[in-house]
Design a protein around this ligand. Structure first.
Ligand code: 5GP
Ligand code: ZN
Length: 119
């Protein structure tokens, strides 16, 4: 993990260099609206420090980060009124999953009924 990666879109959003609609911040995470929403609520929840994907959050530090990130995502879901209807948290890793931004992010999706399994 490092504080920022050159040419990483999400590090630039954290730094305020690219505008984003921020929903909530924590000391080490940011939640902001996805540019291309796939559900009535579609928010990306990311660590402020650069981590490539969930598999890169290793060791005790990574374990704590992932725990805090999930808790933070659940707080965001509550804040956005998703608890009653429910929501989905997804993290894509690598090409088969369709990861297009190499900075760990949880997709928080809600506001409509979803199918399973994902396509
Ligand atoms: P992935 O495909 O890696 O799982 O998800 C990346 C997500 O980031 C996509 O849903 C895409 O719409 C979103 N995204 C890409 N660039 C930007 C951006 O500059 N701003 C925001 N808010 N979302 C972005
Ligand atoms: Zn980054």
């Amino acid at each position: 993990m490092s504080s920022a990666a050159a040419d990483c879109i999400f590090c630039r959003i954290v730094a305020g260099e690219i505008p984003a609609t921020v929903v909530r911040r924590s000391p080490d995470a940011v939640a902001f609206r996805d540019l291309d929403p796939r559900a009535p609520t579609h928010v990306l929840v990311i660590p402020s420090a650069h981590v490539g994907a969930v598999r890169d959050a290793t060791g005790p530090e990574g374990e704590a980060l992932l725990g805090r990130l999930l808790q933070f995502a659940a707080e965001v879901a509550t804040e956005l009124g998703l608890d009653a209807g429910g929501y989905r948290l997804v993290t894509n890793t690598g090409p088969d999953a369709g990861q297009s931004v190499a900075h760990l992010h949880l997709h928080l999706l809600g506001g409509r009924r979803m199918s399973w399994p994902p396509g």
